[in-house]
Design a protein around this ligand. Structure first.
Ligand code: NAD
Ligand code: DAU
Length: 360
């Protein structure tokens, strides 16, 4: 089986659904269920015999070792992280703890787990470190896109913590021969994304007739990739990537934030029109994010050539599907935005952090 850390979050839960839709091999999700972890994301697979769940913290060495001993996985896909840049600016310490120390604990635990495996299992084991393009810093308007050899130049505490964890993973590959693979992906969007991130936040605010806050002048550029395409890329990297290598993943969809928000508003004008005017009337320019990266762009030549991966969604097709998903899941949005899912978690787990299966 494989282990997925952070599998109750946005990309992790999409990865779980993708995996179980294509394979017989079981997986185990190991997740602390922070504010970003939501078991509702996994409700539809909770009774699947190939799925199991352990609530646990990657900074807790004993819990991680117990989990590895129990699961005896052939691979670990590491999504668990604090992932929101704005939160990292308000409270960087949690990012140091989870992203750097947590990754260190996982690497150490996997190192000793592997040492106990029989030689064949030791050789085929894989540790996939799911990272971000933000480690490369920011680009000028005419700079070439990031390649795998672009030097790290992180600008936010989040990006610094991811860069540090990537370097720890790299060092474990070089020093201890741990079979590490690292991916650097651009901005994801799609189902189950917590509405603190740009696209779900704009959808949620527009539907509630609340202001749509655009940082600065809205001309910062991001490269957008539908989460399903990211999950397909991760499976390719896990199964066919060269050990010790890093792979950039992106959508070739460079858009300004204003273009993204305008697109969301235009679609909502069609699907959920306001009584008067356009949803875009709600856009307000608010003070910029400190240290805001101006532009990300990704060169995906390596993964295309080596692994034959290409995104299937254009931004136009992916955003239509995403809007349809959010409009079709008002209960999910309501539970997340009212915090009802947290109340349920407290009821289910209380202060007891012991291991229990996910509910049906
Ligand atoms: P997310 O915030 O939606 O989910 C993170 C998950 O990790 C949650 O389920 C949370 O409960 C869990 N978690 C947090 N701290 C934990 C801990 N100490 N122990 C165990 N579990 C813990 O994040 P996401 O957007 O799904 O991102 C997943 C990974 O992908 C992250 O590593 C992120 O850096 C990376 N990434 C994200 C994007 C993006 O656009 N969202 C792009 C590229 C890379
Ligand atoms: O590039 C990959 C990264 O993408 C991931 O590593 C991160 O985990 C993920 O959160 C994301 O980071 P960003 O900071 O790019 O995403 P976010 O959705 O927070 O913001 C996208 C852009 O929109 C960014 O330029 C800031 C801007 N923004 C964001 C919010 C929440 C706004 O203008 N208004 C907003 O309210």
């Amino acid at each position: 089986m494989i282990v997925i850390t952070g599998g109750a979050g946005f990309i992790g839960s999409n990865f779980v659904h993708h995996w179980l839709s294509e394979r017989d091999e079981p997986l185990l999700v190991f997740d602390a269920l922070t504010y970003a972890g939501n078991l509702e994301n996994l409700a539809s697979v909770a009774s699947d015999p190939r799925f199991s769940f352990i609530r646990g913290d990657i900074t807790d060495r004993d819990a991680v070792e117990r989990m590895l001993g129990q699961a005896r996985p052939r691979a670990l896909v590491h999504f668990a992280a604090e992932s929101h840049v704005d939160r990292s600016i308000r409270g960087p310490q949690a990012f140091l703890k989870t992203n750097v120390e947590g990754t260190f604990v996982l690497l150490e635990a996997v190192r000793s787990y592997r040492a106990q495996c029989e030689p064949r299992g030791r050789g085929t084991f894989r540790f996939l470190q799911v990272s971000t393009d933000e480690v490369y810093g920011t680009l000028g308007p005419s700079d070439p896109p990031f390649t795998e050899t672009t030097p790290f130049a992180p600008n936010s505490p989040y990006a610094a913590s991811k860069a540090a964890s990537d370097l720890w993973a790299r060092a474990y590959a070089q020093t201890y021969g741990l079979p590490v693979l690292i991916s650097h992906c651009s901005n994801n969007y799609g189902p189950y994304q917590f509405p603190e991130k740009l696209i779900p936040l704009m959808i949620h605010h527009a539907l509630e007739n609340r202001p749509l806050p655009l940082y600065g002048d809205g001309s910062q550029i991001r490269d957008w990739l539908h989460v399903a395409d990211h999950c397909r890329a991760l499976v390719e990297i896990l199964e066919r990537g060269r050990v010790g290598e890093t792979y950039n993943v992106g959508g070739r969809n460079e858009l300004t934030n204003r273009e993204v928000v305008d697109t969301v508003c235009r679609l909502l004008d069609r699907l959920r029109p306001r009584p008067r005017g356009s949803h875009a009337d709600g856009i307000v320019e608010v003070p910029d994010r400190p240290g805001h990266d101006r532009r990300y762009a990704i060169n995906t030549t390596k993964i295309e050539r080596e692994l034959g991966w290409m995104p299937r969604e254009t931004f136009a097709s992916g955003i239509e599907k995403t809007l349809a998903w959010y409009l079709g899941h008002p209960d999910w949005v309501r539970n997340v935005t009212t915090g009802a899912y947290r109340e349920w978690l407290d009821l289910h787990y209380g202060t007891d952090r012991s291991e229990r299966p996910a509910p049906a």
